[in-house]
Design a protein around this ligand. Structure first.
Ligand code: XUL
Ligand code: CO
Length: 442
């Protein structure tokens, strides 16, 4: 991958990041992420398929509800929107290529500032898309997914596809059409829907059934349009239970899968599971991955982490090897992502104000995933993890247990068998032993 930039370098002090191994003390090197190292039959880069999230890394200002922006970066200085967008893209591609990230992801409004004029927005998006295509071609970086931001503009305060006002739904449609066009023009491999305000603040003023039917209709229209244009990629839904609304319809993986099944969308859609969204839903990240994997719906991942003491979506960079190892076990056993990858939907802290901080954040996160991949592979290859779990269910592999699974027994049969078995012996779940297996390989 060659490093491509415009004339100006935005991170001149940072070299290209290369693998130096666990012994290195170079802060601008990988200790674990060795892109071409083969693990479980394929190179790390193909397992992990890392992506840079344009919004956090290049649009995030560090502002919070209590204070003004702190991330005052040089790519935001020019008065003209297209000039600014090109500078931002130069900075982004310098960053992405220096890290060796194979992919990036964006919302429409991350690429270039929008106005309230639909035709002008389409023109703006086309102009920056042309520039992005050049950058992609010269660098080899690809688009993992595109999406439309249907939650920031004031018109979406009551939702986008689920807005009670059809005029707003139409605007959402215009925006998704343009975002799909941009994604397809850039060879985007997937397209994401995160239902930012698709939910309610109060049930008192909400016709939930009607709103959900509108959402399903909207997803069908978007999918049909893209398919007619020849898009063969996946559509992903990204579950999140709340924030910004009190309740979001795409609450968690199980809820979304039920919704997709009810509205006949299962064939085209898969899930994009985000760590901090899982924890907001009261689940572990692993739970959400497993629910998706069990249904063949594990499309992609938005990687970050929450804060154990705070309830909100802090979107910190991932660094917990134990949790990531458990996640990688599920991903490896599922055979990897269906079309997606690992998108760093995470932001550096408000008071991380050095340009280098963005590199440290990504280097640490990429190394954490690489290490977790190695641990998970070793656990699957070398430990009794899989066989111990399988043994817990051995009573269903033969005899009456097997007949039960095959639907050959009635409730009366169960009663008869229970009497012949007598009281079953207690069988330990051995949870602590399982937990020790994980730590043994870290
Ligand atoms: C918000 C979130 C979004 C989606 C894309 O919590 O995760 O950035 O990933 O709209
Ligand atoms: Co996300």
């Amino acid at each position: 991958m060659s490093i491509t930039t415009g004339n100006q370098l935005y991170f001149p002090q940072v070299p290209a990041i290369v693998y130096e191994g666990p012994g290195s003390d170079n802060p601008f090197a990988f200790r674990w992420y060795d892109a071409s190292r083969v693990v479980a039959g394929k190179p790390m880069r193909e397992h992990l398929r890392f992506a840079c999230a344009y919004w956090h890394s290049f649009c995030g200002s560090g502002a919070d509800p209590f204070g003004a922006p702190t991330h005052l970066f040089a790519w935001n200085n020019k008065p003209d929107a297209l000039d600014r967008a090109r500078d931002k893209m130069d900075a982004a591609f310098e960053f992405i290529t220096k890290l060796g990230l194979p992919y990036y992801c964006f919302h429409d409004v991350d690429l270039i500032d929008f106005t309230d004029d639909i035709a002008d927005n389409e023109k703006r998006l086309q102009a920056i898309t042309t520039y992005a295509l050049e950058k992609q071609k010269s660098s080899g970086v690809k688009l993992l997914w595109g999406t439309a931001n249907l939650f920031s503009h004031i018109r979406y305060m009551n939702g986008a596809a689920t807005n009670p006002d059809f005029k707003v739904v139409a605007h959402a449609g215009a925006q998704v059409k343009a975002a799909l066009d941009a994604t397809m023009a850039l060879g985007g491999e997937n397209y994401v829907f995160w239902g930012g305000r698709e939910g309610y603040m109060s049930l008192l003023n909400t016709n939930m059934k009607r709103e959900q039917e509108h959402m399903a209709r909207f997803l069908h229209l978007a999918k049909d349009y893209a398919r007619q244009q020849g898009f063969t990629g996946n559509f992903f839904i990204e579950p999140k239970p709340c924030e910004p609304t009190k309740h979001q319809y795409d609450y968690d993986a199980a809820t979304v899968i039920g919704f997709l099944r009810e509205y006949d969308l299962l064939a085209d859609f898969k899930l994009n599971i985000e760590v901090n969204h899982a924890t907001l839903a009261g689940h572990t990240f692993q739970h959400e991955l497993q629910v998706a994997a069990d249904q063949g719906m594990l499309g992609s991942m938005d990687a970050n982490r929450g804060d154990y003491q705070n309830g909100w979506d802090t979107d910190q960079f991932p660094n917990n090897i134990h949790e990531l190892t458990e996640a990688m076990l599920i991903i490896l056993e599922a055979g990897g992502f269906a079309g997606g990858g690992i998108n760093f939907d995470a932001k550096i802290r408000r008071n991380s104000t050095d340009p280098e901080d963005l590199f440290h954040a990504h280097i640490g996160a990429m190394d954490s995933f690489a290490r977790a991949l190695l641990c998970a592979d070793a656990i699957l290859q070398q430990s009794e993890y899989r066989s111990l779990r399988a043994q817990r269910y051995a009573s269903f592999d033969t005899g009456e247990g097997q007949q039960f699974e095959q639907g050959k027994l009635s409730l009366t049969d169960l009663r008869r068998l229970a009497e012949t078995y007598g009281e079953p012996p207690l069988t330990s779940g051995r949870q602590e032993y399982f937990e020790n297996i994980i730590n043994r390989f870290i």
